[in-house]
Design a protein around this ligand. Structure first.
Ligand code: ZN
Length: 60
C-alpha cells in the first residue's frame, strides 16, 4: 500500500494522479490544477518544463 499524499495547498488527498510541480528544491503535488496555479503565484515558482499530457478529461 502506498501512502496517501496531501495537496500542498489545501491538504486534500491528491489521489492517484496528482498535479505535480517541480522546483529545484523539491517536488510538490496538488489535488487540482487550480491549487497548483495558486501555489505557483504565492511562492513565485517557475516550473521546470516537463513532459505532461494535457488530456486529463478521459479516464481510462
Ligand atoms: Zn488542493
Amino acid at each position: 500500500m502506498s501512502e496517501n499524499k496531501a495537496c500542498d495547498l489545501c491538504s486534500l488527498d491528491v489521489g492517484v494522479k496528482p498535479f505535480m510541480l517541480n522546483t529545484p528544491e523539491k517536488q510538490y503535488q496538488f489535488c487540482c490544477e487550480g491549487c497548483r496555479g495558486i501555489f505557483e503565484m504565492l511562492h513565485d515558482i517557475k516550473e521546470t518544463p516537463v513532459q505532461n499530457d494535457q488530456n486529463q478529461s478521459n479516464k481510462s
